[in-house]
Write a protein that binds this ligand. Structure first.
Ligand SMILES: [Zn+2]
Length: 289
């Protein structure tokens, strides 16, 4: 089975030709400036053409960073792509590419990818958190992807376990407004601490830096523990750029345990993504009706 997976991000569009669940060719281009619907559709269409010039892959899936309508035709809310809201995105991409096109939330695609070929292979119940610019979530429960009654389930970054900070979605108190990369950068900026996040993570023993991390990690630990109590998963998978920082799981796990009821502690299984960036691409390529 040959298909194309696209991971649409605010900064880059990544794509892959996936054959029998494995990435055989990859491509990455900057997201068009302005992010107009037409330019995004064109960029996806040219990427499909360059990945599969012979048109042998008839299916193309797009992992989208935002909330989608129940029929997966258009975008309901996307802080990085406001112009795509209510635009008939699926049909326009399909027309431009001449392929069957499927849309799904990007973190749900990452969960599907890990389920197909990564850290969640063989599981029936797990939760995926993608820690990037924001916090994405994907839930597989009872052997299926949970979409909810209106298609919006799994927005784990918007659980209200944070403080009164306003989130990119417009509401207050969400985890993403504290532990998303953008939010972390703002917190360090406010504390007048300079450096990029991987560097600040390495220096987390320095007291002023530790104070910022402690507050942010506390919110992330509350988020993970709360979701574990709701879903009782076999595993919690952590993906996204931030999860690859050395010592991250080891630091987070004891904090999660402190917020977890004793019966859940024995079954708590926090794992790192096995596929990295390929997870969302493989998941998107595997989308179907
Ligand atoms: Zn939010």
């Amino acid at each position: 089975m040959r298909s194309i997976g696209i991971d649409l991000g605010g900064h880059f569009i990544k794509g892959a030709l996936v054959v029998d669940g494995a990435v055989t060719r990859r491509d990455k281009v900057p997201t068009p400036q302005g992010r107009s619907p037409e330019s995004v559709v064109m960029a996806i269409s040219s990427m499909a053409e360059s990945l599969d010039p012979g048109n042998t892959a008839l299916r193309l899936g797009v992992g989208f960073p935002g909330m989608l309508d129940p029929g997966r035709e258009k975008v309901l809310q996307a802080p990085n792509f406001p112009m795509l809201e209510n635009y008939p995105f699926r049909s326009r991409v399909s027309r431009a590419c001449g392929r069957d096109v499927y849309l799904e939330n990007d973190a749900s695609c990452a969960a599907l990818g890990e389920w197909n070929a990564g850290a969640a292979k063989g599981l029936t119940d797990f939760v995926m958190f993608t820690l990037g610019t924001g916090i994405g979530g994907g839930i597989i429960s009872g052997g299926r992807l949970i979409r909810g009654s209106h298609g919006k389930a799994g927005e784990l970054g918007h659980l209200a376990v944070g403080d009164k900070t306003t989130c990119g979605c417009g509401a207050i108190g969400h985890a993403e407004a504290v532990f998303g990369a953008d939010a972390l950068k703002r917190s360090f900026g406010k504390a007048k601490i300079k450096g990029d996040l991987p560097d600040l993570w390495k220096r987390r023993d320095e007291p002023d830096i530790a104070a910022v991390w402690d507050r942010a990690l506390d919110v992330l630990a509350r988020l993970v523990a709360s979701v574990v109590h709701v879903l009782d998963p076999q595993a919690v998978i952590l993906g996204g750029g931030f999860s690859r920082n050395p010592g991250f799981v080891e630091t987070l796990e004891p904090l999660v345990i402190s917020y977890t009821a004793p019966p859940f502690r024995n079954t708590l299984d926090i794992r790192l993504s096995a596929l990295g960036d390929n997870a969302a691409l493989i998941g998107a390529a595997g989308l179907r009706e």
